[in-house]
Ligand binder design. Structure first.
Ligand code: F3S
Length: 298
């Protein structure tokens, strides 16, 4: 059995930064609460909970003596204002790439432009982005939803829309959507805000899944970028999404010649290592030792 680990598997810059910010506050002895879970990884959340980190849904729920942390997804302007009004101590761990989208859409809204957002309207990052727009803003998950929106809004090439994407949006779906937008508007202002880390992770997962019999995608079931990796891989081979090494589908791995491993942006290196160790044990038990770890630093 040959095992290949995607180089891009694991924490992205923005998630790593947010985790380190919470860790630094705890080391200073601060009482910490986060606005929503800081990461879509139940194991990391459990470790933070043991260290006293509380998760709150709104600034109203934050204890006055706590430091409130805005996670990498960012929040709406209204939530920022509420934190300021309540005079809460705040650490802003919004990923700089997400903060850049906030700036783009708030400028476009101030200029009176329609904002089109490629993304999942139920995702906190998209809710945060919407919260920096005027009401003249529309979210679409795919080309079909975009077509529906474009049929219902006035097409005015004198005031073309501003188009952005959720940082973890599917690269191929974004390209489909841009084709449609460019057919309708000659001069839409398009910002490709898909995070490079996401694009690299998806394209590596795509090519790895083409040459493997089985793909293991490690990540939280609530993590949208992990779910997208699973979707990319399962077009090409049998794919399993697992949160921990205990969930490895042992019977599916038996007989596989080549197994690929990737992991979402919020998957800690320790969990990837556990999965690799377990697979190494399976390999040894099978009397083989052909494991090839293509990862850098894993
Ligand atoms: Fe930021 Fe990209 Fe991660 S936007 S949170 S570095 S996936």
């Amino acid at each position: 059995m040959k095992v290949i680990v995607a180089r891009s598997a694991g924490y992205c810059f923005g998630v790593n930064r947010a985790i380190e910010m919470v860790d630094a506050l705890l080391r200073k002895g601060k009482k910490v609460c986060t606005l929503g879970p800081i990461i879509h990884n139940p194991q990391t959340l459990a470790q933070f909970a043991e260290r006293g980190v509380k998760i709150v849904d709104s600034p109203d729920e934050a204890p006055a003596d706590a430091t409130i942390v805005i996670r990498s997804h960012g929040v709406s302007k209204a939530v920022c204002d509420a934190i300021f009004e309540k005079k809460l101590e705040c650490v802003d761990a919004t990923c700089p790439f997400v903060a850049k989208i906030h700036k783009i859409v708030s400028k476009a809204s101030a200029e009176g432009k329609t904002v089109l957002i490629a993304g999942d309207c139920s995702h906190p990052e998209v809710q945060g982005i919407r919260g920096h727009c005027s009401e003249n803003c529309f979210v679409f998950r795919n080309a079909e939803e975009l077509r529906g929106i474009l049929q219902n809004i006035p097409i005015d090439n004198k005031m073309p829309p501003c188009v952005v994407a959720q940082t973890t949006f599917s690269v191929s779906e974004w390209e489909n959507c841009l084709e449609i937008i460019k057919r309708v508007y000659t001069n839409a202002t398009i910002f490709d805000t898909i995070c490079n880390a996401t694009a690299v992770r998806q394209s590596e997962a795509e090519s790895l899944s083409r040459c493997c019999d089985v793909m293991i995608v490690i990540g939280g079931r609530q993590s949208s970028n992990t779910a997208k990796l699973r979707d990319v891989c399962r077009k090409n081979c049998s794919t399993y999404l697992i949160e921990t090494a205990d969930e490895l589908p042992l019977s599916a791995l038996k007989g596989a010649e080549c197994i690929g491993i990737t992991a979402g942006a919020s998957t800690p290196a320790s969990i990837i290592k556990e999965v690799l160790d377990t697979m190494s044990e399976i390999n040894e038990a099978a009397g083989q030792n052909l494991m090839e770890n293509n990862a850098e630093g894993n």
